[in-house]
Design a protein around this ligand. Structure first.
Ligand code: DX5
Ligand code: ZN
Length: 222
């Protein structure tokens, strides 16, 4: 099953609750929530109070993407505010194992994210214990950037590694994913598709999401 994860960063914040409900009604199973600290990435986005206030309006899986240093400090608080899954950056983790354990102890699913320049091999040792690996297809920090073409090969290689080792871990792809390239990203082997501009901009949310759903229903083309 393919999963759409609209990225809140591209929403109209004056109509946040309404727009979240629209994504849910249109079939988006996850809500992707980008937390930026101005240190790990240049920009600052939002944090716990926002997550806590939107939790009651959605039953989607809250997919919290932490682009912050010292992710270990904030795990309990994010889970308390409503995170269902927490993805941290391998580049920001001094002791990835202890972060994985802590997220699991708090009752949430674990994702590990890698930036476009980080070798896939660095995440291999952890794949057996985590639920999701997030392959960034742009440099983290801002919405609306163009998909880096080299990401297709990284998704394919990750898919191959996961399948040959019989692992049960989802591949999430984040950055520059839209109706134009969703099929290519899907064919490369992604399971979870993050889309900010692709969901919230230009056309209505439900029209945008229906394009993703068409691609998901067609499935993988050999
Ligand atoms: C970038 C964020 C993304 C971003 C995606 O650092 O992690 O989730 O919001 O936005 P689009 O889909 O517009 O590239
Ligand atoms: Zn993200």
């Amino acid at each position: 099953m393919y999963i759409l994860a609209p990225s809140l960063l591209a929403a109209d914040f004056t109509r946040l609750g309404e727009q979240i409900s629209e994504t849910q009604a249109a079939g988006a199973q996850y809500l992707h929530i980008d937390v930026m600290d101005g240190v790990f990435v240049p920009s600052i986005s939002f944090g716990m109070p926002l997550i806590e206030s939107i939790r009651p309006v959605s039953s989607q899986f809250f997919d919290v993407h932490l682009m912050i240093v010292h992710p270990e400090k904030y795990i309990e608080e994010f889970v308390r505010c409503g995170a269902d899954g927490i993805t941290f950056h391998l580049e920001a983790a001094k002791d990835p194992q202890s972060i994985i354990d802590k997220i699991h102890q708090c009752g949430a699913k674990v994702g590990i994210s890698i930036k476009p320049g980080t070798a896939l091999e660095e995440v291999f040792p952890y794949l057996e214990q985590i639920e999701m690996v997030l392959i960034m297809s742009v440099e983290p920090g801002f919405g609306g950037q163009a998909f880096i073409p080299g990401s297709y090969e990284r998704i394919r290689r990750m898919r191959e590694y996961i399948d040959t080792h019989g692992l049960n871990v989802k591949i999430e792809v984040d950055g520059g994913v839209g109706k134009k390239n969703v099929r290519e990203v899907l064919n490369a082997g992604a399971d979870v598709f993050v889309a900010g501009s692709g969901v919230f901009r230009k056309n209505s949310i439900s029209d945008n999401i229906s394009k993703f759903r068409e691609a998901f229903e067609e499935g993988k083309q050999e």
